[in-house]
Design a binder for this molecule. Structure first.
Ligand code: GLC
Length: 737
């Protein structure tokens, strides 16, 4: 197909490029983001209030061959060639070019691998028609590393691998060769020697990402259908890229402080008494706990927004009793509504015309936990509003957060056919944003119903931008050693993909855990933003005390360590909302030019100051730890190390190798706490490590959104050598006495 460039015109500061047989719009947005699309304007599920995104006025001029037109705006220049090929420059340096040679033909249909996967015991869809596919095909440098793409399993650095964005619930142990998992976040970052940029491929259809797997000279993103619609997001380093990406799609908001505490869950705690007894156990054993999760068995026959009045006769009373211990309740809510005439959700939904339909226009039915179930069409605002209103059923019972599960959407009788109809498209277009829209509805419900508190929604499925509404957990991992490593890779890549509030099931969900594995799982997760022990029915119980006193003692110590660092974590979470800087980061985030760290995922940073190097294998009592450049102090011994090298760190079962950067200023909570409610500003002290450092400590009511109206205090701390000085930056919150 001849795609010779013909002409251009500027329409509302977008440059419309006319080729012989196609059209592309190139627009430079604030933050030097280059938007390339086959459609004019921003049409995105990831970007809320697209009108707020400012467009930079372009200067368009003739180029010299092979460049036909140059588009310059801000720090960007886009050189347009024939065949829709673009060279994108940032601050005068070439950032990324389209690949212009013939693509090496794939030996197999890249979608076929999906047939290996199972959905809750059912094979997923086979093969995919590629006749309508659209593709981004760009050059890849020999040493470029690639990060992001949400929860995809496998190495931190995705270079050399291929993946598919198609929300997938697969109960088998997740391994590196899985192409898809629950989340479909079409954002990744390319890090080269002297450059870095992110790419958001904003198309919701099934999409293949091939990062130099087919051919190391290029990467491609292939959407099964729909339009080419992507954003190139440049930055000097990963930090700048994550910042710009989250300014575009939204940052992870600060949560109520208790959300960063210890969560306990199991599928299921079957009765109200069991939950009460559990809370007492935590108190009695002096293990801090802030949250208990109620899985599907609290419902009446798995009917969402109901309580089983036999097993959970008085949830209001339960939540009050628990509140006295500082413990809150979170309940699971799945999207599938039981097909059950007489059940209010089913009847009201039918009345509202709220459910997805089949090709014949009948309400589409598949099977999930409640048996035959129908699927709310969250693409409709009226349906999201209806769902949001139902949140009141839970908040009226004292429920303080909502856990959205099965929202890929998962279905037991085979996948939903592509042709299932939602108001804004067929299932093949909506599948990857179904969980995103459900989370949005849930978020809006809590915002309206929960008395001005910061909404907490936890989701399994997500799309780009979901971080505005929800945190994410990594679904059904297993109690196996490789899944400790997997959790670190996933948490780091989710964090680089904007979803900073994330974590994996501690101890592993499926399979039976062992005492050593449980301890190491807890240790690895010690500073994960979302910290929850969760396990499946029928597996060995894994509450902290299930393996005797010695195991319990070590887990208690890990949890208490987390509570000690909780003020630091909270401050980082506040910073994250403002700047997009993730709470937990892979080493490459802070040290992108150190090639040694580009593939390291068995160590992570909590903010700029704390490096955690957990043990991820059985039987180990020491491990190699890479310390990036600079001076570091071992947390346990205070011994000083010079970085830029590997050291061997002691790691007996009860010890997590933690290193603190010289110049660190870390607010820590001193004391014995049962829950985060016991932590007050009076408990907080500044831990410092000699060097040069700066840190801003926040204080607010830990619960409401008033901080967004200025009701907070911010104090800047500066460390010179060993001298710490402070300056009040903002004083808007008065402590209640
Ligand atoms: C799914 C969830 C899991 C939950 C179970 C029962 O497998 O991923 O966390 O416990 O459903 O609701």
């Amino acid at each position: 197909m001849n795609q010779a460039f013909k002409t251009y015109e500027t329409v509302n500061d977008s440059v419309r490029l006319q080729y012989e047989e196609s059209v592309l719009y190139v627009t430079v947005l604030e933050g030097d983001i280059v938007h390339v699309s086959q459609k004019a304007g921003i049409h995105s599920y990831a970007i809320e209030d697209a009108d707020r995104v400012k467009i930079l006025q372009p200067e368009v001029s003739q180029g010299s061959a092979p460049c036909r037109v140059r588009i310059a705006a801000g720090n960007m220049e886009v050189q347009v060639k024939d065949n829709e090929k673009l060279d994108i420059f940032y601050r005068g340096k070439l950032l990324v070019s389209d690949y212009e040679e013939e693509r090496k033909k794939p030996e197999k249909n890249p979608y076929e691998d999906l047939t290996l996967a199972q959905l809750e015991g059912h094979a997923v869809e086979e093969g995919t028609d590629r006749k309508d596919a659209v593709m981004i095909l760009k050059k890849l440098g020999k040493e470029d590393a690639i990060y992001g793409l949400g929860d995809k399993p496998g190495c931190l650095n995705k270079r050399g691998y291929s993946y598919i964005n198609w929300n997938t619930d697969d109960p088998d142990p997740h391994v590196d060769s899985f192409k898809s998992l629950y989340k479909s976040i079409p954002f990744f970052m390319v890090l080269g020697d002297n450059f870095c940029y992110g790419l958001l491929a904003d198309n919701t259809y099934k999409t293949t990402f091939d990062f130099g797997c087919e051919n190391e000279a290029y990467y491609f993103v292939e959407h099964q259908k729909g339009c080419l619609d992507y954003y190139v997001i440049p930055g000097e380093d990963p930090k700048a890229v994550v910042h710009s990406y989250t300014m575009l799609t939204g940052t992870t908001p600060l949560q109520q402080r208790w959300i960063y505490g210890n969560h306990q869950s199991r599928w299921s705690y079957f009765t109200q008494e069991e939950v009460e007894a559990l809370a007492e156990e935590f108190e009695k054993r002096d293990i801090p706990c802030d949250v208990i999760h109620m899985d599907i068995d609290y419902m009446q026959g798995y009917r969402v927004f109901t309580f089983d009045d036999q097993k959970y006769p008085n949830v209001q009373k339960l939540s009050q009793k628990l509140a006295a211990k500082g413990i809150k309740l979170i309940t699971i809510i799945d999207p599938g509504v039981k097909k059950d005439p007489g059940y209010f959700m089913y009847d009201e939904g039918l009345e509202l015309d709220a459910f997805a339909k089949d090709e014949q226009g009948e309400v589409y039915v598949n099977t999930v936990w409640p048996g035959d179930a129908v699927f709310p069409d969250f693409t409709q605002e009226k349906v999201r509003d209806w769902w949001a209103d139902k949140t009141k059923v839970l908040t009226d019972h004292g429920i303080r957060g909502i856990w959205n599960d099965m929202n890929e959407p998962a279905s037991f009788h085979g996948p939903l056919p592509d042709s299932v109809k939602f108001a804004e498209g067929n299932h093949d277009e909506i599948h990857n944003i179904y969980g995103h829209l459900m989370a949005k509805a849930t978020y809006e419900g809590l915002l309206a119903q929960d008395g001005g508190r910061r909404p907490f929604v936890l989701t399994r499925a997500a799309y780009a931008g979901s971080q505005k509404y929800c945190g994410g957990w990594t679904g059904d991992n297993h109690s196996i050693w490789p899944h400790i490593m997997l959790s670190l890779e996933q948490i780091c890549n989710l964090s680089l993909s904007g979803m900073a509030m994330c974590g994996s099931d501690i101890g592993g969900f499926g399979s039976d855990t062992t005492p050593e594995l449980l301890i190491r799982f807890y240790e690895a997760a010690v500073f994960a933003p979302f910290f929850r022990n969760h396990s499946a029915m029928g597996t060995h119980r894994q509450e902290p005390w299930q393996f005797g006193a010695q195991t319990e003692e070590i887990i208690r110590k890990v949890i208490k360590l987390r509570y000690r660092f909780l003020p630091y974590l909270y401050d980082l979470a506040r910073e994250c909302e403002m700047t997009g800087a993730p709470i937990v980061r892979p080493l490459v985030y802070g040290y992108p030019q150190d090639k040694t760290v580009r593939n390291i995922a068995d160590e992570y940073m909590l903010g700029d100051f704390v490096l955690v190097a957990p043990v991820t294998e059985p039987g180990k009592t020491a491990r190699a730890v890479y310390l990036p450049q600079g001076d570091w102090y071992a947390y346990d011994t205070n011994e000083k190390y010079t970085g830029g090298r590997y050291i061997l760190a002691d790691a007996p079962l009860d010890q997590i190798p933690i290193f603190i950067k010289a110049g660190a200023i870390i607010p820590v909570a001193e004391g014995n706490f049962h829950s985060t409610e016991d932590i007050t500003e009076d408990n907080i002290q500044m831990l410092t490590y000699p060097g040069e450092g700066r840190f801003v400590h926040y204080e607010d009511d830990n619960e409401t959104l008033a901080y967004r109206e200025g009701v907070y205090n911010a104090t800047e701390y500066i460390l010179h050598g060993t001298t710490l000085t402070k300056k009040i930056l903002h004083e808007g919150y008065k402590r209640s006495i």
